[in-house]
Ligand binder design. Structure first.
Ligand SMILES: Cc1cc2nc3c(=O)[nH]c(=O)nc-3n(C[C@H](O)[C@H](O)[C@H](O)COP(=O)(O)OP(=O)(O)OC[C@H]3O[C@@H](n4cnc5c(N)ncnc54)[C@H](O)[C@@H]3O)c2cc1C
Ligand SMILES: NC(=O)c1ccc[n+]([C@@H]2O[C@H](COP(=O)([O-])OP(=O)(O)OC[C@H]3O[C@@H](n4cnc5c(N)ncnc54)[C@H](O)[C@@H]3O)[C@@H](O)[C@H]2O)c1
Length: 449
């Protein structure tokens, strides 16, 4: 049996759903294949449950501050099952709203996997073949563990979201987004956390000064770091695990270990060769600025491609693409420069544009850096030492703002508006001409000199 559509979308995560909805808005007949829960990584085992856990950790921090400031609160450890019930209800509501929207948009949802038969035909898991002029691949990625003995004894972020209590002692391997975010949450919710980083620092690609400050904040909160750690094996010991380094040194026992060592594109099961779709050495689909693959009619967005692996990037790419395919827009490439991003650490680290090192590489000595270090009022009131660190990177005689890097409470919410300004090419003078909002942390951004 074969059924024809204008568009077949493989994968119902951030990019796939955005593409399906936008194509249907433009009047396209759309089929969407998704074998698992609607919303993909972000909704089910990524941004959403992660942010929920981050909020729980934030409440734990605030309770601690409240006690210091004189609120007569008894110790209040988190009851994980209660919180998880709230978290999952929230996620369930997202599933319901997607399902309703798919129905209302007339999108055919097929709850199964698909793979290519040729560039215009997808075979579903049940053998049904679908044909379409356009196919969008949006199959995302999955967490990978290092290829070392005992790796199966450790979990990945997906497993973290199944936990119903904080383990007493946790080892986290990795120094990127997920390692830093989960370390912060687990520490705040009562675990003793040790982080094993193979390099010399956290969060490569982020502003080094701020990541050093973040590591110091984590240390003060009780997190232990092991930089330049060369992991050789994970071993079972006394109902838990220990990590063994290349030099033979074993760690003490942990109740659980999590790998946060990167993700790989979900391309292996797509039979891309049947359509002739090219991938890079890491299995990611190669796309041009318009999200076209090397095969006419086959497109790809999101984590399955070489783009930045962030939900808003997948969504924006899919919407642009559908505008071009079905909305009559001709050149509709996504501008992927200066994408703002936040690491949901404690406190959060928000960044847009060039770091100082990147700016110096591009602009030599014509780089001007402005800093602000201060204690947010709540921390000062409670006599908590944690400070915020803001940094502006400007270039040229005009002092065009090329990078904004904010570490501190509220940074996650402050950055979005300044990211618009940076993309519009503002200068330091523009910031200075803006009257501050007082008393806030955000005002520091317009006062740095
Ligand atoms: C722990 C964690 C936290 C994160 N936090 C953030 C954050 O705070 N902010 C942010 O912007 N990004 C965050 N991300 C990244 C974000 O989740 C991804 O960038 C985003 O989900 C990518 O969307 P996607 O559509 O490309 O893929 P996905 O959302 O992964 O969706 C892919 C879908 O394709 C389906 N699929 C796979 N193979 C097939 C097949 N053969 N046939 C049919 N369907 C298939 C899968 O079941 C899945 O539902 C986080 C990621 C993780 C892991
Ligand atoms: N707040 C957010 O927006 C957010 C949060 C989580 C994830 N994400 C997205 O998901 C992606 C994946 O996150 P991630 O943290 O898994 O990846 P990542 O690329 O950010 O970090 C991976 C880390 O693992 C280390 N590593 C890799 N292989 C290793 C090995 N064999 N042994 C030891 N360490 C190893 C790397 O050095 C790096 O520190 C991110 O790059 C980001 O795009 C975004």
């Amino acid at each position: 049996m074969s059924k024809d559509f204008d568009l077949i979308v493989i994968g119902g995560g951030s990019g796939g759903l955005a593409g399906a909805f936008r194509a249907a808005e433009h009047g396209a007949r759309v089929a969407l294949l998704e074998p698992a829960l609607l919303g993909g990584t972000c909704v089910n085992v990524g941004c959403v449950p992660k942010k929920a856990m981050w909020l729980a950790a934030d409440v734990a921090h605030k309770l601690q501050l409240a006690r210091t400031l004189g609120f007569a609160l008894p110790p209040a450890p988190l009851d994980w099952p209660t919180f998880i019930a709230h978290r999952q209800r929230y996620i369930g509501n997202i599933h319901d709203s997607y399902r309703k929207r798919l129905e209302a948009s007339g999108i055919a949802l097929l709850p199964m996997r698909g793979h290519f038969v040729d560039a215009h035909t997808v075979e579903c898991h049940d053998g049904v073949r679908l044909g379409a002029k356009h196919i969008l691949i949006a199959t995302g990625g999955h967490a990978v563990k290092p290829d070392i003995p005992g790796a199966e004894l450790g979990g990945v972020s997906d497993h973290f979201f199944d936990w119903t209590a904080a383990p007493e002692r946790v080892a986290i391997v990795g120094g990127g987004y997920i390692a830093v975010e989960l370390a912060g949450v687990l520490q705040a919710l009562g675990s003793r956390v040790e982080v094993f980083v193979r390099g010399p620092r956290l969060l490569d690609g982020f502003e080094a000064e701020l990541t050093e400050q973040l590591a110091e904040d984590y240390r003060q909160a009780g997190v232990h770091f092991h930089f330049q750690h060369r992991l050789a094996a994970v071993e079972a010991v006394g109902g838990g695990v220990q990590l063994r380094a290349v030099d033979g040194e074993p760690t003490p026992r942990f109740d659980a270990a999590l790998f946060a060592t990167g993700r790989r594109a979900n391309t292996a099961a797509l039979r891309l060769d049947a359509a002739g779709v090219a991938t890079d050495a890491r299995g990611r689909i190669v796309v041009d600025a318009l999200h076209a693959t090397n095969v006419a009619g086959v497109h790809a967005v999101g984590d399955v491609t070489t783009n930045l692996a962030l939900t808003p990037v997948a969504i924006a790419a899919a919407r642009r693409l559908m505008g071009r395919l079905f909305g009559g827009r001709s050149d509709n490439a996504l501008d992927q420069s200066d994408i703002a991003t936040v690491v949901f650490s404690h406190p959060p680290l928000a960044t847009v544009g060039l770091t100082e090192a990147q700016a110096r590489e591009r602009h030599g000595s014509d780089v001007h850096v402005y800093r602000s270090g201060f204690r947010p009022m709540l921390n000062a009131l409670a006599d908590v030492p944690q400070r915020s660190a803001f940094k502006l990177v400007c270039v040229g005689e005009q002092r065009r703002v090329a990078g904004i890097h904010l570490l501190g409470d509220g940074a996650d919410e402050i950055l979005q508006g300044f990211a618009v300004a940076l993309k519009r090419g503002i200068t330091l003078d523009d910031l200075h001409e803006t009257i501050a909002i007082h008393p806030t942390s955000a005002e520091e951004v317009v006062l740095m000199r």
